[in-house]
Ligand binder design. Structure first.
Ligand code: GLN
Length: 266
């Protein structure tokens, strides 16, 4: 069951809405009228709650600290929820299930270091982007793989349905790609010598190489990407509200300070 929630958007969104509907008056002293014009109807899966779908094995974007899911996406989602006057609830699931969960109304948005791609845009909306990712290649320290060309004919581990999976399959062929449910499972297979390389986003790559002996990241940057929140195509009001919140959180430096907290400059 869906509930409607009246939401007073903050000032920049108020001004945008006022401009769009042409009902603002620049010297108006009637703030009550302006506020009414700016109220947007946002429905969420559960009344008063913003439900975020993620896969919490993607440090530093999302990972467990005890029983809590923390990280960049958890903090950005919390900041968005605060702006919208909603309580944040995080649902952990396989990465491959996130878009379906959002499409079918099990979650309001997916925040999972998720890359905006043309293919995903066919089925789901994306918010404005809030971070950049780069696909990296991890190999064993003593591996003879030095360049992307050296990956031809090698066994490459990826996380199922990620962009790493899609690019690796395109560039090196499905027969050479091993799909794992979690990035950590691919890393384990690499350390056990079952595969020759793992293609995964750069920040998790750094984190995995830090916490596992004997691994290194190739110097080449494979593919550059942009991360955003995915939101159902049926919930345009939520998309607008999230974009409004993100714009404010970018403008006041909140997003940058969350990124700086988790990502150490190289
Ligand atoms: N950025 C990659 C993608 O969107 C991986 C995301 C993830 O594994 N959480 O496919």
């Amino acid at each position: 069951m869906k509930f409607k929630k009246l939401l007073a958007l903050s000032l920049s969104a108020v001004m945008a809405a006022t401009l769009l509907c042409g009902c603002g008056s620049s010297n108006s002293t009637d703030t009550a009228e302006d506020a009414t014009a700016a109220e947007a109807t946002v429905s969420t899966v559960n009344d008063g709650v913003l439900t975020m779908a993620t896969n919490a094995y993607f440090p530093p974007y999302e990972y467990y600290e005890g029983s809590d899911i923390v990280g960049i996406d958890a903090e950005i989602a919390q900041a968005i929820a605060d702006k919208l006057g909603l309580e944040l609830k995080i649902e952990d699931m396989e990465f491959d299930s996130i878009i379906t969960a959002v499409q079918t109304g099990k979650a309001d948005m997916g925040l999972a270091g998720m890359t905006v791609t043309e293919e995903r845009l066919q089925t789901i909306n994306f918010s404005d982007t809030y971070a950049t990712g780069i696909q990296s290649v991890i190999v064993k320290e003593d591996s003879d793989i030095q360049t992307l060309d050296d990956l031809q004919g090698k066994k490459i581990g990826v996380q199922l349905s990620t962009t790493g999976d899609i690019y690796a399959t395109d560039d090196y062929g499905a027969d050479n790609v091993e799909q794992y449910n979690k990035g950590a499972d691919a890393i384990l297979a690499l350390t056990q010598g079952k595969i020759d390389a793992v293609i995964i986003d750069n920040q998790p790559a750094l984190s995995f190489v830090d916490s596992n002996e004997g691994l290194r990241i190739l110097d080449t940057e494979y593919v550059q990407e942009e991360y955003a929140a995915c939101i159902s195509k049926d919930n345009e009001a939520l998309l607008d509200a999230v974009n409004g919140a993100l714009a404010e959180l970018k403008a006041d430096g909140t997003i940058q300070s969350i990124l700086d907290k988790y990502i150490v400059a190289e």
